[in-house]
Design a protein around this ligand. Structure first.
Ligand code: CLF
Ligand code: SF4
Length: 294
């Protein structure tokens, strides 16, 4: 699977469990939940829980300070030798909390230089932070891109917080899409490996995601991960309350297959918590709560 890649990319991918399907059986990742705030609103999000870009709605992570996060990574690293990747993916948006996120990465690159650093974002604040991302040796970035058409975006995002104001409707989606695409281009120009996550929302963006896949591939994204919407009324999300359903397994597979002609597709995603620990698919976060490690 990796043999055809240029050596520089192969090195970045080889032991990253999300970027390489092979690696996910041997290498572990962990997330530290240091980023509580978010700068946009997705209809599928419930702020009481973790960011649904990369997380299952319905779980609440223990919020850590950057110092606590570093202690936790060192403790987990001592117990799980296969740990190769540290990601920040919530519970809000890591780049809406740049001080906390970057302080964590900075301390880790000093104290645990062998661990690869990974970041997942909605992309709104990305263009202004690409220099900082590169300066902190963050080699892997995931952008959640659900659309490239603002009319579709207006059905996914009720508002964004932009230049100290709340912007709503089509204009909000337009700004978000523009920022995501600029951020994607800048990261690729700087040699950062980019994965694009998309949440498949039947009747809203399902057909459209093929177009998204083609565009992000043409721009040089390494991998596309189409994830199913998890909309459940008990989580109180707008979609859940409006009766919006998630895709069936067959619908998801059909869309992934349709995109696969154009793009490397990720099919082993487990929609991790913002404080996930271990191999993908095993959840050891309870072994490493602050109370237990301190
Ligand atoms: Fe975490 Fe995401 Fe980095 Fe992986 S998860 S920040 S790229 S280290 Fe992986 Fe989990 Fe799927 Fe994310 S399985 S939700 S794709
Ligand atoms: Fe929620 Fe994440 Fe969307 Fe922010 S980006 S509103 S935390 S799902």
């Amino acid at each position: 699977q990796l043999a055809h890649l240029p050596p520089a990319i192969r090195d970045k991918v080889r032991d990253h469990p999300c970027f390489s399907e092979e690696a996910h059986q041997h290498y572990a990742r962990m997330h530290v939940a240091v980023a509580p705030a978010c700068n946009i609103q997705c209809h599928y999000c419930n702020r009481k829980y973790d960011c649904s870009n990369e997380s299952r709605p319905g779980v609440v992570s223990e919020l850590l300070t950057p110092e606590q996060a570093v202690r936790k990574v060192l403790a987990v690293g001592a117990h799980i030798p296969q740990l190769t990747v540290l990601g920040i993916a919530g519970p809000g948006d890591p780049l809406a909390n740049p001080e906390r996120t970057l302080a964590t990465f900075r301390a880790l690159s000093e104290q645990a230089p062998d661990i690869k650093l990974c970041l997942s974002t909605n992309g709104l604040a990305l263009p202004g932070l690409v220099d900082a991302i590169c300066a902190h040796n963050i080699d892997h970035v995931t952008i959640t891109i659900n659309c490239i058409d603002p009319d579709i975006g207006a059905r996914i995002y009720p508002w964004i917080f932009w230049q100290h104001r709340r912007v709503t409707g089509r204009r909000a989606a337009e700004i978000l899409i523009e920022q995501q695409q600029r951020g994607l281009e800048q990261l690729i120009a700087r040699g950062v490996l980019v994965k694009v996550n998309s949440v498949m929302i039947p009747g809203v963006n399902d057909d459209h995601l093929k177009e998204v896949s083609r565009l992000v591939k043409a721009k040089g994204a390494f991998l596309h991960n189409v994830m199913p919407l998890i909309a459940e009324p008990e989580h109180g999300t707008f979609y859940g309350l409006m009766g919006q359903r998630g895709p069936t397994a067959e619908e998801l597979r059909a869309l992934q297959d349709a995109c696969a002609g154009d793009m490397n597709m990720m099919r082993h995603c487990r929609q991790c918590r913002a404080d996930a620990v271990g191999l993908l698919g095993e959840d050891r976060h309870q072994e490493f709560t602050l109370e237990r490690i301190e």
